[in-house]
Ligand binder design. Structure first.
Ligand code: GLA
Length: 347
């Protein structure tokens, strides 16, 4: 029984995909076996579709209508299409992996150069969103079922609120979020679902901030279809009780919920460590299945952030070897894999 078969009655099962994966026959086989959806780990982030060379060569011409290029996104879109996989679009408006020159008046590489003004940035935002959505929808109709329209607009500490250091916030102010969704709604094809996506979305203060300041106003204008819970978890550090509460809160808006970047950091590869990891994954999937079955949250897809341990970003990010995935370095099924499969029978 593969992951996607086990979960077929409930939600899509996805994984992030790297450049390396696209070139590996083994990865391709695993992708086709276990997953029904992919997300480009990096290749569809703004830094890969904003055309630095063209914009900097002719900043006057492209001032309000930035030049875009799609050679890299195309690789992931082609791959999904050729292999019968659905694709989560990640990402349109984000502070990170969006080059800082994009926010500068004349696209300068110079940190000291003046920011573009609000009107210009709104025009750039609209043009970028329109361009990306139109490209994808024209060349790959029906392939992308959801977009992370805005990623990570909220800070991670209680008193902080909006992420004010973001170039989007700096140039447009907090309304950047509303505008991003307005533009996305304007250009998205029918049926393409628009998501707000963030990490640590189970923390009560962050959950409340998102519900109050992001989802409520977006729902009021009919601009959002779903909440993305990234779910980069750390074994033992995150409360799954809080996780379940947050899932139900987001679900109570009548929105879809997608788990968009799931992994659970753990440094102990012993049988004991891997059993603890399996228990956490089992519990998490029981929470997701219960929510779905009881109508507490309409979970529509669950995406792992990587297919196997040695490819996880966590080892680099945490600076310690991590064993966070369902499959070991050789795609071997770990206890966590079996726990996730078993969860289906337990709920
Ligand atoms: C965030 C982003 C992802 C990715 C991860 C780390 O969660 O949304 O695109 O960059 O960080 O890999």
């Amino acid at each position: 029984m593969s992951l996607k078969q086990a979960y077929e009655p409930y939600f899509k099962i996805g994984t992030s995909v790297s450049w390396r994966n696209l070139e590996s026959e083994q990865a391709k086989d695993e992708l086709k076996k276990h997953y029904s959806s992919i997300t480009a780990e990096n290749g569809m982030k703004p830094m890969f579709y904003l055309d630095k060379e063209a914009n900097q060569a002719n900043p006057e011409k492209y001032k309000s209508e930035p030049a875009l290029k799609f050679d890299i996104p195309r690789k992931f879109l082609d791959f999904a299409k050729e292999n019968g996989l659905a694709l989560r679009g990640h990402v349109l408006v984000w502070h990170n992996q969006t080059p800082f020159w994009f926010f500068k008046e004349n696209y300068e590489d110079d940190m000291e150069a003046p920011w573009a003004d609000k009107e210009t940035m709104l025009a750039r935002m609209e043009h970028m969103i329109k361009g990306v959505l139109t490209f994808v929808q024209t060349e790959y109709p029906g392939l992308v079922y959801a977009w992370d329209v805005v990623n990570e607009a909220v800070e991670e500490r209680e008193e902080q609120g909006w992420r004010q250091r973001s170039g989007w916030y700096q140039t447009i102010g907090e309304e950047f979020l509303l505008y991003a969704f307005r533009f996305a709604r304007k250009y998205a094809a029918e049926g393409v679902k628009l998501f707000y996506n963030d990490y640590n979305t189970m923390l009560p203060f962050k959950r409340d901030f998102i519900c109050e300041n992001i989802l409520k106003p977006l729902v009021a204008e009919g601009l959002v279809d779903g909440m993305g819970m990234q779910s980069h978890l750390v074994l033992g550090a995150h409360s799954l009780v809080d996780y379940e509460k947050a899932l139900h809160r987001y679900g109570s808006f009548g929105l879809e919920v997608q788990i968009t970047e799931l992994d659970i950091h753990v440094t102990d590869p012993s049988e004991k460590g891997m059993k603890e990891l399996a228990d956490a994954y089992g519990e998490l999937f029981r929470i997701l299945l219960r929510a779905k079955k009881e109508g507490k949250a309409n979970v529509t897809s669950v995406t792992f952030w990587g297919m196997k341990d040695d490819e996880s970003w966590l080892t680099g990010f945490r600076r310690e070897k991590s064993y966070p995935m369902l499959f070991d370095d050789n795609y071997g099924e770990k206890a966590a894999y079996h726990a996730v499969i078993k969860a289906v029978e337990e709920v």
